[in-house]
Design a protein around this ligand. Structure first.
Ligand code: NA7
Length: 546
């Protein structure tokens, strides 16, 4: 095992380069370096590990996935020793966990922080990637693993007059680590997706005034946050492998039992009753996938799901005008949201909802935000909860030049293209963890499965002295066709959100996920491995040593 880098010309050479140190990046370093014995250099543009959980330190940030499936599985001892305190942990706790993982497996020594990877250039002669970083250095590696985050490249809209605003503006995903004192302040929030909903629910009773600028309301169910069910983690440990196998071989990999009943197959009253019960149990993904199995594909099921939420909104929000504004007119087919205290927050005297769909933001002024009706909303702080250039955004920030000098920008000009959401034709030995057309599931368990698959291909290439592995053009085409066909049968395809790229002006509105479910995705990866990558990949040849 070599853990050392060696200088070759100007570039420093390692076996593998990893970009990112969130859930996927940290596990990539551990697996490739500690388990498989490769020399690994990682780069991270943040000042510490954590990825999403480093950046998203806004008030109220927490996981809305139950923690028993929102953690690593690769080491039972880690699972045993880390004591989660909450069912949906706050950002601080998840970040502490990831820092603990970095320390426990001694990962930091392989990570260069505060470093942006600027370019990655493939050399056919040597079967190596040359990576340049913003500190002016170059690195070479046979394998390049990009764990750059599905939801990481921020979408920061600019509004007319923004520069003259005398207050502060913060994006939720670039929240200052020293914190922002919002006590008694007049705070405006733009955006009502997951981040906005969490920040709004948290801040209602902590700030002077809260003004929510809502363009599109979203369906929100309560999380019904509570301590982890007593004994649950112990029960998981008793059948540890079996539990994680069941998580991966489910549809969504969220660790809860998914329904196998179609809402369409039961009478209307039964449909409503089950959604009512599910609402009381809480949880967004549960509301979408635990009550029935067809909420994301059937308009009948979807209508029953939203009927119940709409009724709850009307029951909760005292002012009927505000309640009506909070009820979405579109389908329940965005990434499902859950948050306690969201609708209740609008009953507070210090909270105002401004409908910027019909009364748009015209400009920022020195004192705040002016809307089309002429009102100047005076504010001390504006929080942009405006989301991300999701899925492909961070990948495209790096200037990739693949086989024959083809750029990833050109290859993805009309749409992102991959095989398995992991590799692209023309870009040998380049792996994108959770890249476009990856599985639409809970991420941490699938990160591990993908990294294990990647490690398998690397071992295969090295053991057989092959030099490189790359999906064929036909495999890529077939994967896109299969992914698109699956997604077209869902309601996500006809609902605007980051899931299909429609939140970014000018971005192709196109399917970005494989929606066949986690189990089917696992089978696909296994089939490739079993066939020794012969069917859908071109296996190259190692260059003749000089
Ligand atoms: P989302 O879910 O993309 O939500 C962004 C919100 O910001 C959404 O309500 C947008 O309204 C709103 N938005 C964006 N740009 C503007 C402008 N220019 N004016 C007014 N409102 C705007 O991002 P989140 O960070 O909440 O969540 C992303 C994912 O991260 C989430 O699904 C989890 O997986 C974690 P719109 O709908 O575009 O009208």
């Amino acid at each position: 095992m070599s853990d050392q880098v060696k200088a070759e010309g100007e570039a420093t050479e390692v076996d593998a380069i990893v970009i990112g140190s969130g859930f996927a990046g940290l596990y990539s370093i551990h697996k490739l370096r500690n388990v498989d014995g490769l020399s690994v250099q990682a780069f991270e543009n943040a000042g510490d590990v954590g990825g999403t959980w480093y950046w998203n330190q806004y008030p109220g940030a927490r996981s809305d996935t139950e923690v028993n499936a929102y953690c690593y599985s690769f080491d039972k001892e880690l699972f045993h020793e880390w004591k989660w305190s909450e069912r949906y942990p706050r950002q601080e706790e998840i970040w502490s966990y990831l820092k603990h993982v970095a320390d426990r497996y001694d990962l930091r020594r392989s990570i260069q922080f505060d470093t942006q990877v600027e370019s990655a250039t493939w050399d056919d002669e040597t079967d190596r990637w040359t990576v340049t970083t913003d500190d002016g250095r170059s690195w070479r590696a046979q394998f390049l693993i990009e764990a750059v985050g599905l939801l990481s490249a921020t979408k920061v809209p600019t509004f007319a007059g923004q520069d003259r605003f005398r207050g502060d503006i913060h994006h939720t995903a670039r929240w200052p680590h020293e914190g922002v004192d919002l006590t008694d302040k007049r705070v405006g929030v733009i955006g009502t997706g997951s981040s906005g909903v969490q920040v709004i629910s948290e801040l209602g009773d902590k700030v002077g005034e809260l003004t929510v600028f809502q363009r599109t309301p979203q369906w929100v169910v309560p999380s019904k946050h509570r301590p982890i069910e007593p004994g649950l983690l112990d029960r998981i440990e008793k059948d540890y492998e079996g539990y994680w196998h069941d998580v991966l071989y489910s549809t969504t990999a969220f660790g809860f039992e998914e329904s196998d009943v179609a809402a369409e197959d039961v009478p209307y009253e039964e449909r409503i009753k089950r959604f009512e019960e599910q609402y009381e149990r809480g949880g967004g993904f549960q509301y979408m996938f635990q009550a029935f199995n067809d909420v994301a594909v059937s308009r009948v099921a979807n209508a029953a799901a939203t009927e119940v939420i709409a009724r709850k909104i009307r029951e909760t929000v005292k002012d009927p005008v505000t309640a009506n504004l909070l009820i979405p007119s579109d389908l329940y087919a965005k990434r499902p949201l859950c948050c306690d205290n969201y609708y209740e927050t609008y009953n507070r005297d210090n909270v105002e909802l401004v409908d910027v769909q019909h009364n748009p933001i015209v400009e920022f002024t020195e004192k705040g935000i002016r809307t089309e009706d002429g009102t100047e909303h005076e504010l001390d702080v504006v929080i942009l909860a405006t989301g991300f250039d999701a899925v492909s955004g961070n990948q495209l920030k790096i200037q990739h030049s693949g086989r024959g000098g083809v750029s990833l920008h050109d290859h993805w000009k009309h749409r992102p293209r991959t095989h398995l959401g992991l590799m692209a034709h023309g870009f040998p030995n380049l792996y994108m963890i959770y890249g476009p057309m990856g599985p639409f599931t809970n991420q941490p368990p699938l990160h591990e499965a993908q990294v294990n698959w990647v490690a398998g291909t690397i071992k295969h290439v090295r053991d057989h002295d092959l030099g490189s592995i790359e999906p064929t053009a036909e495999a890529e085409e077939a994967w896109i066709a299969e992914s698109d066909e699956g997604a077209a049968g869902t309601l996500f395809a006809v609902t605007n959100s980051w899931i299909n790229g429609s939140n970014i002006p000018g971005k192709p509105i196109i399917n970005m996920f494989y929606m066949g479910g986690s189990a089917a995705y696992m089978d696909k990866m296994e089939a490739e491995e079993k066939s020794e990558y012969r069917e859908n990949f071109t296996l190259g040849h190692a260059p003749v040593p000089a």
